[in-house]
Ligand binder design. Structure first.
Ligand SMILES: Nc1ncnc2c1ncn2[C@@H]1O[C@H](COP(=O)(O)OP(=O)(O)O)[C@@H](O)[C@H]1O
Ligand SMILES: N[C@@H](CCC(=O)OP(=O)(O)O)C(=O)O
Length: 371
Protein backbone atom coordinates (compact mmCIF):
# COMPACT_ATOMS: atom_id res chain seq x y z
CA UNK A 1 0.00 0.00 0.00
CA UNK A 2 1.24 3.49 -0.80
CA UNK A 3 2.23 5.21 2.42
CA UNK A 4 -0.17 7.83 3.70
CA UNK A 5 0.66 10.95 5.65
CA UNK A 6 -1.99 12.95 7.50
CA UNK A 7 -1.00 16.57 8.15
CA UNK A 8 -3.03 18.78 10.47
CA UNK A 9 -2.60 22.54 10.30
CA UNK A 10 -4.06 24.70 13.08
CA UNK A 11 -5.68 28.11 12.73
CA UNK A 12 -2.68 29.74 14.41
CA UNK A 13 -0.44 28.64 11.50
CA UNK A 14 -2.74 29.95 8.74
CA UNK A 15 -4.29 33.16 10.00
CA UNK A 16 -3.49 36.17 12.09
CA UNK A 17 -5.03 37.12 15.45
CA UNK A 18 -6.91 39.89 13.61
CA UNK A 19 -8.58 37.32 11.37
CA UNK A 20 -8.26 36.58 7.66
CA UNK A 21 -6.12 34.06 5.84
CA UNK A 22 -2.40 34.40 5.42
CA UNK A 23 -2.08 33.54 1.70
CA UNK A 24 1.70 33.20 1.88
CA UNK A 25 1.44 30.58 4.59
CA UNK A 26 -1.24 28.66 2.68
CA UNK A 27 0.90 28.66 -0.41
CA UNK A 28 3.93 27.57 1.62
CA UNK A 29 2.03 24.63 3.16
CA UNK A 30 0.52 23.65 -0.21
CA UNK A 31 4.04 23.49 -1.66
CA UNK A 32 5.27 21.37 1.23
CA UNK A 33 2.33 18.95 0.87
CA UNK A 34 2.63 18.74 -2.91
CA UNK A 35 6.35 18.00 -2.52
CA UNK A 36 5.47 15.03 -0.29
CA UNK A 37 3.04 13.86 -2.96
CA UNK A 38 5.81 14.08 -5.55
CA UNK A 39 7.90 11.82 -3.30
CA UNK A 40 5.24 9.14 -3.68
CA UNK A 41 3.20 9.61 -0.52
CA UNK A 42 -0.57 9.85 -0.46
CA UNK A 43 -1.26 13.07 1.41
CA UNK A 44 -4.29 14.07 3.46
CA UNK A 45 -4.71 17.50 5.01
CA UNK A 46 -6.82 18.26 8.08
CA UNK A 47 -7.09 22.02 8.22
CA UNK A 48 -8.60 24.47 10.67
CA UNK A 49 -8.99 28.15 9.92
CA UNK A 50 -12.56 28.46 8.64
CA UNK A 51 -13.78 30.57 11.56
CA UNK A 52 -10.59 32.63 11.62
CA UNK A 53 -10.76 33.16 7.84
CA UNK A 54 -14.43 34.14 7.84
CA UNK A 55 -15.20 36.24 10.89
CA UNK A 56 -13.99 39.57 9.50
CA UNK A 57 -15.53 39.00 6.10
CA UNK A 58 -18.93 38.41 7.70
CA UNK A 59 -18.60 41.58 9.80
CA UNK A 60 -17.42 40.58 13.29
CA UNK A 61 -14.62 42.55 14.95
CA UNK A 62 -13.04 39.57 16.67
CA UNK A 63 -13.38 35.78 16.68
CA UNK A 64 -17.01 35.21 17.77
CA UNK A 65 -17.85 33.28 20.92
CA UNK A 66 -21.51 32.47 20.28
CA UNK A 67 -22.00 29.11 18.58
CA UNK A 68 -24.24 30.26 15.72
CA UNK A 69 -21.91 33.18 15.00
CA UNK A 70 -18.93 30.84 14.89
CA UNK A 71 -20.86 28.54 12.57
CA UNK A 72 -21.79 31.44 10.29
CA UNK A 73 -18.17 32.63 10.22
CA UNK A 74 -17.02 29.07 9.46
CA UNK A 75 -19.49 28.76 6.58
CA UNK A 76 -18.05 31.92 4.99
CA UNK A 77 -14.45 31.08 5.88
CA UNK A 78 -14.57 27.45 4.68
CA UNK A 79 -15.20 28.62 1.11
CA UNK A 80 -12.33 31.12 1.36
CA UNK A 81 -10.06 28.46 2.83
CA UNK A 82 -10.78 25.95 0.07
CA UNK A 83 -10.40 28.56 -2.63
CA UNK A 84 -7.00 29.52 -1.22
CA UNK A 85 -5.79 25.90 -1.08
CA UNK A 86 -7.13 25.19 -4.56
CA UNK A 87 -5.24 28.14 -6.03
CA UNK A 88 -2.08 27.32 -4.11
CA UNK A 89 -2.01 23.67 -5.24
CA UNK A 90 -2.74 24.73 -8.82
CA UNK A 91 0.12 27.23 -8.73
CA UNK A 92 2.49 24.45 -7.60
CA UNK A 93 1.73 22.37 -10.69
CA UNK A 94 3.26 18.91 -10.21
CA UNK A 95 1.63 15.59 -10.88
CA UNK A 96 -1.17 15.84 -8.30
CA UNK A 97 -4.81 16.17 -9.27
CA UNK A 98 -5.87 19.12 -7.14
CA UNK A 99 -7.79 19.11 -3.90
CA UNK A 100 -11.17 17.95 -2.58
CA UNK A 101 -13.24 19.17 0.36
CA UNK A 102 -14.39 16.72 3.03
CA UNK A 103 -16.39 17.91 6.04
CA UNK A 104 -16.89 15.45 8.91
CA UNK A 105 -18.43 15.43 12.36
CA UNK A 106 -17.88 13.19 15.34
CA UNK A 107 -21.26 11.55 14.70
CA UNK A 108 -19.95 10.35 11.34
CA UNK A 109 -17.17 8.46 13.13
CA UNK A 110 -19.54 6.72 15.50
CA UNK A 111 -21.68 5.37 12.68
CA UNK A 112 -19.98 2.44 10.96
CA UNK A 113 -21.82 2.90 7.67
CA UNK A 114 -21.14 6.60 7.37
CA UNK A 115 -17.48 6.30 8.25
CA UNK A 116 -17.00 3.42 5.84
CA UNK A 117 -18.46 5.63 3.12
CA UNK A 118 -16.13 8.46 4.06
CA UNK A 119 -13.15 6.08 3.99
CA UNK A 120 -14.05 4.72 0.56
CA UNK A 121 -14.43 8.26 -0.81
CA UNK A 122 -11.09 9.31 0.68
CA UNK A 123 -9.39 6.22 -0.74
CA UNK A 124 -10.76 6.93 -4.21
CA UNK A 125 -9.52 10.52 -4.00
CA UNK A 126 -6.07 9.29 -2.98
CA UNK A 127 -6.00 6.82 -5.88
CA UNK A 128 -6.73 9.78 -8.18
CA UNK A 129 -3.79 11.72 -6.63
CA UNK A 130 -6.14 14.31 -5.19
CA UNK A 131 -5.46 15.74 -1.73
CA UNK A 132 -8.50 15.37 0.57
CA UNK A 133 -8.78 18.56 2.61
CA UNK A 134 -10.72 17.77 5.77
CA UNK A 135 -12.33 20.06 8.35
CA UNK A 136 -15.07 19.66 10.90
CA UNK A 137 -18.53 20.28 9.45
CA UNK A 138 -19.07 23.28 11.72
CA UNK A 139 -22.60 24.03 10.53
CA UNK A 140 -24.01 20.81 11.95
CA UNK A 141 -21.51 19.87 14.66
CA UNK A 142 -22.99 20.27 18.12
CA UNK A 143 -21.57 20.36 21.62
CA UNK A 144 -24.31 18.13 22.94
CA UNK A 145 -23.23 14.63 23.94
CA UNK A 146 -19.64 15.62 23.14
CA UNK A 147 -20.48 15.33 19.44
CA UNK A 148 -18.22 18.19 18.45
CA UNK A 149 -14.45 18.05 17.95
CA UNK A 150 -14.08 21.81 18.49
CA UNK A 151 -10.44 21.81 17.61
CA UNK A 152 -9.30 19.59 14.76
CA UNK A 153 -6.62 17.71 16.65
CA UNK A 154 -8.82 14.74 17.58
CA UNK A 155 -10.31 14.73 14.09
CA UNK A 156 -6.84 14.44 12.56
CA UNK A 157 -5.98 11.47 14.80
CA UNK A 158 -9.20 9.67 13.91
CA UNK A 159 -8.54 10.30 10.22
CA UNK A 160 -4.97 8.99 10.61
CA UNK A 161 -6.30 5.79 12.19
CA UNK A 162 -9.06 5.50 9.60
CA UNK A 163 -6.63 5.51 6.67
CA UNK A 164 -3.88 3.67 8.61
CA UNK A 165 -1.45 6.49 8.03
CA UNK A 166 2.31 6.05 8.28
CA UNK A 167 2.51 9.31 10.26
CA UNK A 168 0.29 11.95 11.78
CA UNK A 169 1.96 15.34 11.57
CA UNK A 170 0.30 18.04 13.71
CA UNK A 171 1.60 21.46 12.77
CA UNK A 172 1.22 24.39 15.09
CA UNK A 173 2.92 27.65 16.05
CA UNK A 174 5.25 26.03 18.61
CA UNK A 175 8.03 23.59 17.83
CA UNK A 176 6.74 20.76 19.97
CA UNK A 177 5.81 19.92 23.53
CA UNK A 178 7.75 21.85 26.15
CA UNK A 179 8.14 21.18 29.86
CA UNK A 180 5.80 24.19 30.30
CA UNK A 181 3.93 26.50 27.94
CA UNK A 182 6.90 28.34 26.34
CA UNK A 183 4.78 31.48 25.98
CA UNK A 184 4.53 31.62 29.75
CA UNK A 185 8.00 30.38 30.67
CA UNK A 186 10.76 31.05 28.11
CA UNK A 187 13.09 28.79 30.09
CA UNK A 188 10.90 25.74 29.28
CA UNK A 189 12.72 22.91 27.48
CA UNK A 190 11.43 20.90 24.52
CA UNK A 191 10.72 17.19 24.95
CA UNK A 192 12.02 15.46 21.80
CA UNK A 193 10.48 12.02 22.14
CA UNK A 194 7.57 10.55 24.08
CA UNK A 195 7.14 6.78 24.35
CA UNK A 196 4.08 6.81 26.55
CA UNK A 197 1.64 9.56 27.45
CA UNK A 198 1.69 9.57 31.22
CA UNK A 199 -0.25 11.75 33.67
CA UNK A 200 2.85 13.96 33.94
CA UNK A 201 2.87 14.60 30.19
CA UNK A 202 -0.83 15.51 30.29
CA UNK A 203 -0.19 17.91 33.17
CA UNK A 204 2.44 19.99 31.38
CA UNK A 205 0.31 20.47 28.27
CA UNK A 206 -1.69 23.67 28.56
CA UNK A 207 -4.44 25.41 26.59
CA UNK A 208 -4.39 27.51 23.39
CA UNK A 209 -1.69 30.12 23.01
CA UNK A 210 -3.26 32.44 20.46
CA UNK A 211 -6.67 34.01 20.18
CA UNK A 212 -7.44 32.00 17.02
CA UNK A 213 -6.37 28.54 18.24
CA UNK A 214 -8.74 26.50 20.38
CA UNK A 215 -7.33 23.23 21.64
CA UNK A 216 -3.86 24.19 22.81
CA UNK A 217 -1.21 21.57 23.50
CA UNK A 218 -3.56 19.44 25.59
CA UNK A 219 -5.80 18.49 22.69
CA UNK A 220 -2.73 17.77 20.55
CA UNK A 221 -1.40 15.35 23.13
CA UNK A 222 -4.83 13.71 23.31
CA UNK A 223 -4.70 13.37 19.53
CA UNK A 224 -1.21 11.87 19.69
CA UNK A 225 -2.51 9.37 22.23
CA UNK A 226 -5.38 8.31 19.95
CA UNK A 227 -3.02 7.96 16.98
CA UNK A 228 -0.46 5.98 19.02
CA UNK A 229 -3.14 3.59 20.18
CA UNK A 230 -4.11 3.07 16.55
CA UNK A 231 -0.48 2.29 15.69
CA UNK A 232 0.18 5.64 14.00
CA UNK A 233 3.27 7.54 15.21
CA UNK A 234 2.64 11.25 15.68
CA UNK A 235 4.71 14.43 15.45
CA UNK A 236 3.74 17.78 16.94
CA UNK A 237 5.81 20.70 15.76
CA UNK A 238 6.44 23.54 13.43
CA UNK A 239 7.51 23.90 9.82
CA UNK A 240 8.66 27.26 8.52
CA UNK A 241 11.25 26.66 5.78
CA UNK A 242 10.88 24.79 2.48
CA UNK A 243 11.71 21.13 3.03
CA UNK A 244 10.81 21.22 6.76
CA UNK A 245 7.74 19.00 6.30
CA UNK A 246 9.82 16.35 4.58
CA UNK A 247 12.33 16.51 7.43
CA UNK A 248 9.46 16.07 9.92
CA UNK A 249 8.24 12.97 8.06
CA UNK A 250 11.79 11.59 7.93
CA UNK A 251 12.28 11.99 11.69
CA UNK A 252 14.37 15.17 11.71
CA UNK A 253 11.64 17.75 12.37
CA UNK A 254 11.55 20.58 14.86
CA UNK A 255 9.09 19.15 17.32
CA UNK A 256 8.16 16.21 19.50
CA UNK A 257 7.81 12.63 18.23
CA UNK A 258 5.35 10.21 19.81
CA UNK A 259 6.26 6.55 19.30
CA UNK A 260 3.87 3.68 18.87
CA UNK A 261 5.74 0.60 19.99
CA UNK A 262 3.80 0.22 23.25
CA UNK A 263 0.38 1.13 21.98
CA UNK A 264 -1.03 -0.75 19.07
CA UNK A 265 -4.73 -1.56 19.26
CA UNK A 266 -6.63 -3.80 16.85
CA UNK A 267 -9.03 -2.10 14.40
CA UNK A 268 -11.95 -3.39 16.46
CA UNK A 269 -10.60 -1.89 19.67
CA UNK A 270 -9.90 1.38 17.88
CA UNK A 271 -13.53 1.49 16.88
CA UNK A 272 -14.73 0.70 20.40
CA UNK A 273 -12.40 3.22 22.02
CA UNK A 274 -12.51 6.16 19.67
CA UNK A 275 -15.19 5.97 16.98
CA UNK A 276 -18.19 4.33 18.62
CA UNK A 277 -21.00 6.14 20.39
CA UNK A 278 -21.57 4.66 23.89
CA UNK A 279 -25.21 3.72 24.46
CA UNK A 280 -25.05 3.79 28.25
CA UNK A 281 -22.85 3.72 31.31
CA UNK A 282 -21.73 1.14 33.84
CA UNK A 283 -20.45 2.33 37.19
CA UNK A 284 -17.96 -0.07 38.80
CA UNK A 285 -16.45 -0.40 42.27
CA UNK A 286 -12.77 -0.01 43.19
CA UNK A 287 -12.02 -3.72 42.90
CA UNK A 288 -13.40 -3.92 39.36
CA UNK A 289 -11.55 -0.73 38.40
CA UNK A 290 -8.28 -2.26 39.59
CA UNK A 291 -8.98 -5.54 37.79
CA UNK A 292 -9.74 -3.73 34.52
CA UNK A 293 -6.84 -1.28 34.69
CA UNK A 294 -4.09 -3.30 36.29
CA UNK A 295 -5.07 -6.93 36.08
CA UNK A 296 -6.05 -7.06 32.40
CA UNK A 297 -9.26 -8.82 33.54
CA UNK A 298 -12.78 -8.84 32.17
CA UNK A 299 -15.64 -7.00 33.90
CA UNK A 300 -17.67 -9.43 36.02
CA UNK A 301 -21.12 -8.79 37.53
CA UNK A 302 -19.71 -8.67 41.08
CA UNK A 303 -17.93 -5.34 40.45
CA UNK A 304 -20.93 -3.47 39.05
CA UNK A 305 -22.48 -0.80 41.26
CA UNK A 306 -25.05 0.76 38.92
CA UNK A 307 -25.95 1.29 35.27
CA UNK A 308 -27.48 4.05 33.17
CA UNK A 309 -29.18 3.84 29.79
CA UNK A 310 -31.23 1.25 27.94
CA UNK A 311 -28.54 -0.58 26.01
CA UNK A 312 -28.46 -4.05 24.49
CA UNK A 313 -25.99 -6.88 24.22
CA UNK A 314 -23.42 -5.93 21.57
CA UNK A 315 -23.61 -2.18 22.30
CA UNK A 316 -20.63 -0.12 23.43
CA UNK A 317 -20.91 1.38 26.92
CA UNK A 318 -18.75 3.76 28.88
CA UNK A 319 -17.38 2.50 32.18
CA UNK A 320 -16.79 4.93 35.03
CA UNK A 321 -15.64 4.57 38.63
CA UNK A 322 -17.68 5.74 41.61
CA UNK A 323 -16.15 9.24 41.30
CA UNK A 324 -17.63 9.50 37.78
CA UNK A 325 -14.22 9.30 36.09
CA UNK A 326 -14.23 7.45 32.77
CA UNK A 327 -11.91 4.49 32.88
CA UNK A 328 -12.74 2.91 29.53
CA UNK A 329 -15.24 1.54 27.09
CA UNK A 330 -16.32 -1.91 26.09
CA UNK A 331 -18.84 -4.05 24.26
CA UNK A 332 -21.42 -5.56 26.64
CA UNK A 333 -22.59 -9.16 26.54
CA UNK A 334 -25.83 -8.42 28.43
CA UNK A 335 -28.87 -6.18 27.93
CA UNK A 336 -29.23 -3.37 30.48
CA UNK A 337 -32.13 -5.12 32.27
CA UNK A 338 -30.07 -8.29 32.65
CA UNK A 339 -27.18 -6.37 34.21
CA UNK A 340 -29.60 -4.85 36.71
CA UNK A 341 -30.50 -8.37 37.81
CA UNK A 342 -26.90 -9.59 38.25
CA UNK A 343 -25.11 -6.42 39.45
CA UNK A 344 -23.10 -7.06 42.60
CA UNK A 345 -23.59 -10.85 42.54
CA UNK A 346 -20.66 -13.26 42.69
CA UNK A 347 -20.00 -15.48 39.69
CA UNK A 348 -21.29 -18.56 41.58
CA UNK A 349 -24.45 -16.74 42.57
CA UNK A 350 -25.11 -15.58 38.99
CA UNK A 351 -24.59 -19.13 37.68
CA UNK A 352 -26.88 -20.57 40.39
CA UNK A 353 -29.72 -18.14 39.71
CA UNK A 354 -29.57 -17.60 35.95
CA UNK A 355 -28.69 -19.41 32.79
CA UNK A 356 -25.94 -17.25 31.31
CA UNK A 357 -23.89 -18.13 28.24
CA UNK A 358 -21.05 -15.71 29.11
CA UNK A 359 -20.32 -14.60 32.64
CA UNK A 360 -18.21 -11.57 31.62
CA UNK A 361 -20.31 -8.41 31.27
CA UNK A 362 -17.45 -6.99 29.18
CA UNK A 363 -14.76 -9.39 27.99
CA UNK A 364 -11.21 -8.04 28.11
CA UNK A 365 -10.89 -8.60 24.34
CA UNK A 366 -13.72 -6.07 23.89
CA UNK A 367 -12.34 -3.55 26.39
CA UNK A 368 -10.32 -0.35 25.81
CA UNK A 369 -8.78 1.57 28.72
CA UNK A 370 -9.25 5.34 28.43
CA UNK A 371 -7.98 6.65 31.75
N1 LIG B 1 3.68 22.47 27.35
C1 LIG B 1 3.47 23.16 26.23
N2 LIG B 1 4.38 23.10 25.22
C2 LIG B 1 4.17 23.78 24.06
N3 LIG B 1 3.10 24.59 23.83
C3 LIG B 1 2.16 24.70 24.79
C4 LIG B 1 2.30 23.99 26.03
N4 LIG B 1 1.22 24.27 26.78
C5 LIG B 1 0.43 25.11 26.06
N5 LIG B 1 0.99 25.40 24.86
C6 LIG B 1 0.38 26.32 23.88
O1 LIG B 1 -0.27 25.60 22.82
C7 LIG B 1 -0.32 26.49 21.69
C8 LIG B 1 -0.70 25.74 20.41
O2 LIG B 1 -2.08 25.38 20.43
P1 LIG B 1 -3.22 26.21 19.63
O3 LIG B 1 -3.11 27.65 20.00
O4 LIG B 1 -4.53 25.52 19.87
O5 LIG B 1 -2.73 26.04 18.15
P2 LIG B 1 -3.39 25.51 16.79
O6 LIG B 1 -4.25 26.61 16.27
O7 LIG B 1 -2.17 25.25 15.96
O8 LIG B 1 -4.18 24.25 17.06
C9 LIG B 1 1.05 27.10 21.70
O9 LIG B 1 1.08 28.34 21.06
C10 LIG B 1 1.42 27.20 23.21
O10 LIG B 1 1.25 28.52 23.72
N1 LIG C 1 -13.33 23.84 12.42
C1 LIG C 1 -12.79 25.04 13.03
C2 LIG C 1 -11.60 24.65 13.89
C3 LIG C 1 -11.38 25.59 15.01
C4 LIG C 1 -9.95 25.70 15.55
O1 LIG C 1 -9.58 26.79 15.94
O2 LIG C 1 -9.11 24.61 15.56
P1 LIG C 1 -7.50 24.62 15.88
O3 LIG C 1 -6.87 25.80 15.25
O4 LIG C 1 -7.03 23.35 15.24
O5 LIG C 1 -7.30 24.60 17.39
C5 LIG C 1 -12.32 26.03 11.94
O6 LIG C 1 -12.02 25.60 10.82
O7 LIG C 1 -12.28 27.21 12.23
Amino acid sequence: MTERIVVKIGSSSLTSDEGGLNRDRISFFANELAALQERGYQVLLVTSGAVAAGFRRIGYESRPKLVHQKQAAAAVGQALLMQAYQEAFEAYGGTGNGVAQILLTRTDFSNQRRIKNARLTIEELLRQRTVPIINENDTVATDELHMKFGDNDTLSALVANLVQAKHLIILTDTDGLYTEDPRKNPAAVRIDRVAQISEDIMKIAGGAGSSVGTGGMRSKIEAARIAMRGGVPAFIGRVTEPGDLRLAVDGYGRGTYFDTSLHTLTMKKQWVGFHSQPMGRIIVDDGAQKALLQGGSSLLPVGIRAIEGDFHSGDVVEVTNTSEQTIGRGVVNYDAWQIKAVAGLSTDEVRRRFEVSRIEVIHRDDWVTLS
